[in-house]
Design a protein around this ligand. Structure first.
Ligand code: OOG
Ligand code: NI
Length: 454
C-alpha cells in the first residue's frame, strides 16, 4: 500500500510546540517570559505598524508566534551522529561551527535548523547543540571516568531509533508516525531528577568544571533553555524584575539600532533543582534557564568582520557594571557601523531581499541586476533585511558563563577544531553565509523573471 508522508516542516512545527509545552511545565518562569514577550511584541507592533510589509504580515506574525530556539549539550560523537539523524527527520541541518573553548567552555557547537526560505517561514525552530571536548579536561583520571560513563549511557529510546530509520527508508513519516516520533524524540530532551552517578563523582566533576558535571552526570541532554523572539529586547529586560524574574546583568551582542543587526540576547539565571544520586544522596543542580532574543539583519563576511572588530573594541574598553551604561558604551563605539538600509546595502555589509513594490513595473530597459540601485531610487524595487538565523560565539559564551557561574574551571583553553567536530557529526556543517547569499540571489532572480512574464 502506498504510504502518505507528511512534510518535514510540519513535524518540526509539532515538535517545537510540544517542546515548548513541556518546558512550560518543567520551568514555569519560561511561561512567564513567553507572556512578557507576547505583550511586548503586541505593544511594539501597535507602535510600529510598518514593522512587516503588508504582503508578508500574516506569515511574519505566525513566524514570530512560533519562533524559538533551544540548546542541548552532548557527551559523545555517537550521540551527536544520532542527533543529526533525529533532526533530519524534521528538516533541520547542522549550520555553522562555534568554538567556545576560547572562552574557557570545553565544548564546540553547531546549530540544527531549517535552511530554505520557505521552511524558515513555516517554523524556524533551531537547537544550539554543543559537544563536550573531553580532551580539554586536563585531569586524566577524571577524563577517563567521564568517558566511561558516557560510553554506556543511552539517550535515545529504542522506538525513536526505529522511527528515525523508518523515516530514512521511506523518505518521510506518515501522520500517526510523526506524532509518535514527536513523543519519542521529546523523551531525550526532558529533565531527569535522578542522576546517573553517585554524589562523589558528581562533586568531583563539578569541581573540575560545572559544565562537565551537567553533561556527564545525567540520563539525557536535558533542554537547558528555550528562547522566544522579541521585537524589543530592552523593554523585556526592564520588565523581567516586575514579574519576579532576575535577568542577566547585560544584554549580549550589538547595541540597539534603527536597523537591528545580527542577534541581541539576554537570559535569566538557572534554577537550582533537587537531584537524587544513585547512592540515594540528595543534592542540587543548576542547569536550566530562560533566554530571550531579538534578531536583525544577517551580515555579510565584510559586515561581520566590522561587527567583530567593534565588539572587541567595545568589550576591551568596557567598564560598565549595569546594562544601561554597557549599552551607552557599546552605542558610542557602534556609531562606526552604518545604521540605515541604503548605506548598509551599498557598502555590502548585510544581506537583503529585493522585491517589486506594489503595482510597480520594471521598465523594459532596466530588466537586469545592474539596474538595481536605480530601481530602488525610483521606488520600483523595495529592499528588506534578511534576518540572521544563526548564533554568535561571544554572546553564547556570555550566556554559558552567566549560568555556570563566573569561575572558568580547570580546562585548558583549546583551539577551534572544526574537522574533529565534523568527524564526530559524520557530515560537514553548512556555511551560514552561503545560505543568506542564496536567499538574496533568489530574490533578485525572481524580481526579473517575474517582471518579464508580466
Ligand atoms: C548554550 C548557550 C548558547 C545562545 O543562544 O547563544 C545559546 C548552552 O548554554 O548550552 O544558547
Ligand atoms: Ni540560547
Amino acid at each position: 500500500m502506498e504510504k502518505k508522508t507528511i512534510a518535514q516542516d510540519q513535524i518540526r512545527d509539532r515538535f517545537s510546540k510540544a517542546m515548548s509545552r513541556m518546558y512550560q511545565q518543567e520551568v514555569p518562569q519560561y511561561g512567564t517570559l513567553l507572556e512578557i514577550v507576547k505583550e511586548t511584541n503586541a505593544h511594539y507592533l501597535s507602535q510600529n505598524p510598518a514593522t512587516f510589509a503588508t504582503e508578508e504580515q500574516s506569515s511574519a506574525l505566525n513566524r514570530l508566534d512560533v519562533e524559538r530556539h533551544g540548546a542541548i549539550r552532548l557527551g559523545s560523537a555517537r550521540e551527536l551522529t544520532t542527533m543529526k539523524d533525529l533532526f533530519a527527520v524534521m528538516g533541520m541541518s547542522a549550520v555553522g561551527y562555534y568554538d567556545l573553548s576560547a572562552a574557557g567552555v570545553p565544548v564546540h557547537s553547531t546549530a540544527f535548523r531549517p535552511v530554505s526560505d520557505a521552511a524558515l517561514q513555516i517554523n524556524p525552530f533551531r537547537v544550539f547543540t554543543s559537544l563536550l571536548r573531553l580532551e580539554l579536561i586536563d585531569n586524566i583520571e577524571l577524563r577517563e571516568k567521564a568517558r566511561q560513563i558516557l560510553a554506556t549511557r543511552e539517550i535515545f529510546s529504542p522506538r525513536v531509533r526505529e522511527l528515525i530509520a523508518l523515516s530514512k527508508k521511506q523518505a518521510g513519516l506518515e501522520d500517526a508516525e510523526a506524532n509518535e516520533f514527536v513523543i519519542e524524540a521529546l523523551k531525550t530532551f526532558r529533565w531527569h531528577n535522578e542522576a546517573l552517578v553517585d554524589l562523589e563523582t558528581y562533586t568531583a566533576l563539578l569541581e573540575h568544571h560545572r559544565l562537565i558535571a551537567d553533561v556527564v552526570c545525567f540520563k539525557g541532554p536535558h533542554i537547558n533553555h528555550l528562547t522566544p523572539r522579541t521585537l524589543d529586547i530592552d523593554t523585556v529586560q526592564h520588565k523581567m524584575p516586575d514579574y519576579g524574574i532576575t535577568p542577566k546583568e547585560v544584554i549580549e551582542g550589538p547595541p540597539r539600532r534603527r536597523v537591528p543587526i545580527l542577534l541581541r540576547q539576554t537570559s535569566f539565571k538557572a534554577l537550582s533543582e533537587k537531584i537524587t544520586f544513585i547512592d540515594s544522596a540528595q543534592g542540587k543542580h543548576t542547569a536550566r534557564f530562560g533566554e530571550i532574543e531579538q534578531r536583525g539583519l544577517a551580515l555579510t563576511p565584510k559586515g561581520r568582520a566590522l561587527y567583530d572588530k567593534l565588539l572587541l573594541e567595545a568589550s576591551s574598553s568596557n567598564t560598565a557594571k549595569d546594562n544601561d551604561s554597557h549599552q551607552r558604551h557599546f552605542d558610542a563605539i557602534f556609531a562606526a557601523f552604518p545604521d540605515e538600509i541604503e548605506p548598509l546595502r551599498r557598502q555590502g555589509l548585510g544581506y537583503f531581499r529585493y522585491s517589486l513594490s506594489a503595482d510597480a513595473v520594471i521598465p523594459q530597459d532596466q530588466r537586469a541586476s545592474e539596474h538595481l540601485d536605480a530601481l530602488i531610487e525610483q521606488g520600483i524595487v523595495v529592499v528588506t533585511p534578511i534576518i540572521y538565523e544563526d548564533f554568535l560565539p561571544v554572546s553564547a559564551a556570555g550566556i554559558f558563563q552567566s549560568n555556570l557561574g563566573t569561575e572558568k574551571g580547570h580546562v585548558s583553553a583549546g583551539n577551534p577544531n572544526k574537522a574533529a567536530f565534523e568527524s564526530a557529526l559524520g557530515a560537514a556543517v553548512i556555511d551560514e553565509f552561503s545560505l543568506y547569499e542564496m536567499i538574496q540571489t533568489q530574490s533578485i532572480n525572481q524580481l526579473f523573471e517575474h517582471d518579464v512574464r508580466a
